[in-house]
Design a protein around this ligand. Structure first.
Ligand SMILES: NC(=O)c1ccc[n+]([C@@H]2O[C@H](COP(=O)([O-])OP(=O)(O)OC[C@H]3O[C@@H](n4cnc5c(N)ncnc54)[C@H](OP(=O)(O)O)[C@@H]3O)[C@@H](O)[C@H]2O)c1
Length: 358
């Protein structure tokens, strides 16, 4: 149970990422100032949880002291979505401590990268620089990687792990809770084969996982609303600097990449937001968009049947885009995920978990 009264409760998976932390900043800025907030940050490790809480607290204390009058409280979840016991533990923790959750951002994600194809990168960037920094095909991804649970690793981390957690906490989200799934502009139908829904044979499992998220959203948002009064949105953050990709770059390639991002933006790419703060625009606007029936401002009642994107102009002025989604095959994806949930409910039904072990 939240220690502060009548708090809005928000969970941001992968809060330690550039997008995750900026979702937290923008939520604190955009929720009504008097609102009490419980922010549940997540990571796979305790040191990162501590670090991110300190950083968000500093931001609130230095940037928003006059703006916010409501209380701010932090809690954390240690969860690894590639481990079903860990996902179940996260459910137990949330269920034990909270009787409702207002916002659930599915932001955590991983790819299984083994490096960069430097020759391919040079070729793609020289022949079509804009495409090279918008739809990069030179990140090498490992094929065939499975989790210890025997599931496709990227499928479990990005799709099934969070889907199963939401399946378990629907009762906490019901009554108007918002679920915001972070997709990508790189989620075209070509990245997913229906013979390989766990993305085990795919050389583009990261992009395939985003396509699965798009289809899962199209196949579930209506029933979540009618059966549970949960409002689900699908968003993309455009392209921004990621904390995690630094490991493959040195100082020259990092600044080279950043330079190309700015060139792309200057050439008219709306997707090169570069900053995590701009990238977090669509997720937070979707979470806080008002009731569709009460059209107070232009963001009241954003549509759920589109992908809402964070975009910006040449000068970095932010706005939103609304893109239709090709929903072909969404029923198959949802049926597959639901069957898998039932199978894991059965496997985990006698599982006793020790909570809060780092
Ligand atoms: N960067 C871009 O340009 C871009 C473009 C399109 C979409 N996106 C999407 O935006 C979101 C954030 O991207 P980012 O680049 O800011 O992220 P990132 O730097 O790659 O960080 C990934 C986050 O996910 C968490 N995470 C990774 N694997 C996990 C697992 N197995 N279980 C639980 N948590 C896990 C990490 O938490 P810990 O390490 O603390 O455990 C970390 O906070 C992702 O959904 C990504 O796909 C990014």
């Amino acid at each position: 149970m939240s220690l502060i009264k009548d708090a809005k409760v928000a969970v941001i998976t992968g809060t330690t990422s550039n997008l995750g932390i900026n979702i937290a900043y923008r939520l604190l800025e955009q929720l009504p100032p008097h609102e009490n907030i419980t922010l549940i940050v997540t990571s796979r490790t305790l040191p990162k949880v501590k670090e991110v809480i300190t950083t968000i607290k500093q931001y609130a204390d230095t940037k928003l002291p006059e703006r916010r009058t409501g209380d701010l409280e932090f809690d954390y979840l240690l969860v690894d979505f590639t481990n079903m016991i860990s996902v179940l533990t996260a459910y137990y923790d949330l269920n034990k401590k909270y009787n409702h959750i207002d916002y659930f951002f599915v932001n955590a994600a991983q790819g299984v990268y083994s490096g960069l194809d430097w020759i391919g990168a040079t070729k793609q960037i020289l022949t079509n620089p804009l495409d090279g920094v918008t739809n990069p095909t030179y990140k090498i991804q490992e094929v065939g990687k499975k989790s210890k649970d025997g599931l496709g690793l990227v499928f479990q981390a990005n799709v099934f792990g969070p889907y199963y957690l939401i399946h378990k906490i629907k009762h906490l989200l019901s009554g108007g809770g918002r679920v915001i799934w972070i997709s990508s502009i790189m989620s075209a139908p070509k990245y997913l084969s229906f013979n390989d829904l766990q993305l085990i044979k795919s050389p583009e499992s990261y992009e395939g996982s985003k396509r699965l998220i798009d289809l899962m959203h199209i196949g579930t948002y209506k029933s979540l609303k009618s059966n549970h009064d949960i409002v689900q949105y699908l968003v993309h953050p455009g392209i921004f600097t990621s904390f995690s990709f630094f490991q493959y770059l040195n100082v020259f390639t990092y600044y080279g990449m950043l330079f190309l991002f700015y060139v792309a933006r200057w050439l008219g790419s709306p997707y090169h937001n570069i900053s995590g703060y701009i990238a977090a625009n669509a997720p937070v606007k979707a979470a806080l968009s008002g009731d569709k029936k009460k059209k107070k401002d232009k963001y009241s009642g954003l549509d759920q049947d589109v992908k809402i994107g964070s975009i910006s102009d040449k000068r970095g002025k932010e706005s939103l885009e609304f893109k239709e989604i090709d929903g072909t095959g969404n029923e198959d994806v949802v049926a597959y995920l639901e069957d898998l949930c039932q199978a894991w409910d059965e496997k985990l039904k006698n599982q006793i978990v020790n909570t809060r072990q780092p």
